[in-house]
Design a protein around this ligand. Structure first.
Ligand SMILES: [Zn+2]
Length: 253
């Protein structure tokens, strides 16, 4: 059941991994069921982002309870359940620990329009700083959703990101773009600090050009083709690459 949706989630994990957003078995992505909006598909704990398959993806409800699947649920499930509860316009959430974004979050600086990527986030990137620990309770998930508000991405200080989208392609795009934007500003900060920025009159136009579903789709499909060219084709799509029975009991981050 839901084979096409699961395939989208599998592909999202492969793209996030191959674009450098993996953190061993940490990090996860979810996708709301269109015919049952109180439930969503999610990557299970204990495996890498690129190791999802049709058998190990789990189904979870908005209370964070697993309702289907044999694999373990991430203990940070509440990032997804509470954002999906608070935001009916959001159908997909990515939580990752991207290196440059986390490093950038330690500067306590605002993201500036240093290049194209940062203009995606014109209007601000909220920073969740109530805790730097993992989001393992409903209350913390709710607080994060409140910090996120109507924005596409929140940075979790000293921890990672919560990126959202109406589609899985959009949440992946937001994840990749926040990481590039933070990386670019870090480079400039390291070279004495940025002195010139995208012109005020250009920011809104550039942002508009970056917020299009066709762009999210094309970038996602391109990154997926790149993944397939890079990794061993005979290992892909084998449903027994990671059998659920091989998972350890740990729920993971
Ligand atoms: Zn985390």
């Amino acid at each position: 059941m839901y084979e096409d949706l699961k395939q989208k989630l599998i592909d999202a994990g492969r793209v996030l991994y191959s674009e450098g957003l993996g953190d061993y078995v940490a990090g996860h992505v979810s996708l709301r069921l269109p015919d049952n909006p109180g439930r969503f598909l999610m990557k299970p704990a204990g495996i890498g982002l690129e190791e999802m398959n049709q058998n190990n993806i789990i189904t979870v409800d908005l209370d964070g309870m697993k309702v289907e699947g044999v694999s373990n649920r991430h203990n940070e499930v509440f990032i997804h359940s509470e954002i999906l509860r608070a935001r009916p316009d959001v159908n997909s959430v990515v939580h990752a620990h991207p290196l440059h974004t986390v490093a950038f979050s330690t500067l306590g600086k605002e993201l500036r329009a240093v290049g194209n990527d940062a203009t995606v986030f014109h209007g601000g990137v909220p920073v969740f700083s109530e805790t730097t620990d993992l989001i393992t309770t409903k209350e913390r998930g709710k607080a994060l959703a409140e910090t996120l508000g109507k924005r596409p991405v929140a940075i979790l200080r000293n921890h990672g990101i919560a990126a959202t989208g109406a589609s899985v392609q959009e949440s992946v795009w937001m994840s990749l773009k926040i990481e590039r934007a933070c990386q670019m500003q870090l480079l400039a900060e390291n070279a004495g600090g940025p002195k010139l920025f995208v012109k005020d009159e250009d920011v809104a136009d550039k942002q508009k050009k970056s917020l299009r579903q066709d762009l999210y789709d094309n970038a996602f499909d391109y990154a997926l083709r790149k993944f397939r060219r890079t990794y061993c084709a005979c290992c892909l799509d084998k449903e027994d690459v990671v059998a659920p029975s091989t998972f350890k009991a740990s729920p993971g981050g």
